[in-house]
Design a protein around this ligand. Sequence first.
Ligand code: CA
Length: 368
Amino acid sequence: MKRRQVLAGLGAGAVALAGCGREQPAAGADSPASPAKPAETFNWKMVTTWPPNFPGTGASATLLAETINRASAGRIRVQVYAAGELVPPFEVFNAVSAGAAEIGHGVSYYWKAQVEAAQFFGAIPFGMTPAESSAWLHYGGGMELWRELYEPFGVMVFTGGNTGTQMGGWFNREINSPDDLKGLKMRIPGLGGEVLQRAGGTPVMLPGGEIYTAMQTGSVDATEWVGPYNDVGFGLHEVAQYYYYPGWHEPGAILEVSINQEAWDALPEDLQQVVKSACGYVESLMGAEYSARNAQFLQQLRNEGKVEIRPFPDSVIAELRLRSQEVIDELVARDENAARIYASYTAFQQQVNEWLDIGERAAVAARG
Ligand code: CA
């Protein structure tokens, strides 16, 4: 077949298909229109790990719900519950798995007790930035690995965005050398906490709502939270002297949208597409929001001049990087899923890093 014939054939087929998609009664036809069937509606409870009215991550959960409600013209009605309103924050995954809620919004490292390997889909010390991890999820096999990991739990998963690159945290003690990490009492969860412990510190696990008081009363010497946008929202700049960077422990935290598999399977294809598209919409807006707001609140901190914003010394970063590798090596050695996911994650990180070097990093350096 010649190229022109192929194209002509395709064109005719496409026209025929388009014709099939829209069945309209011919003018003058006397067949009565079939009575409209009332569309089935789906009432979904969305449980989240976020405090009520929490900016950024909490707002993105609300935006996701509103987008689904509107884009489905009310055929899906998602109602959002803040942390603790229906289930405690760290129970979100279990609730979705059991079908107590149809949809959940949080970060995967919160359920590391149930699925340890899930942490790779949240944040890994010295791991990928938001743009890099998004590339891995959507084009590097990450989403497939994530779905495979959750399949035994009856959970379908999408990414709901990213908190952006985080900051190292708020300190009331100077960190000039690895020795200053020894005896440091710091609120830092997950793998980052394990790394700090190995470096001689004492990690403390506190929910977001208790961080301010812990810093104010001196029951912890330091805390990490997110970045300028969320941290200033919590008032952490009022209770700490130093704001250190970079966020070595969370170069970006991927947000998770978990959906009960049966609830997902019950949706007709067009509504599944609505949910997928809504997740993508929120993901892209959230990246933009955090870049804009973090920059805005960082400037506010600089202008106020009350907090000293400083980098960790190279020797401290080197020590933390060494300890991080130990912690991850042990995780990978004891968990088959973690080993498989980590292999994919690191291979992608290495490859994308080369591109970052001569792409984004070089372009930013060239601006001077
Ligand atoms: Ca954090």
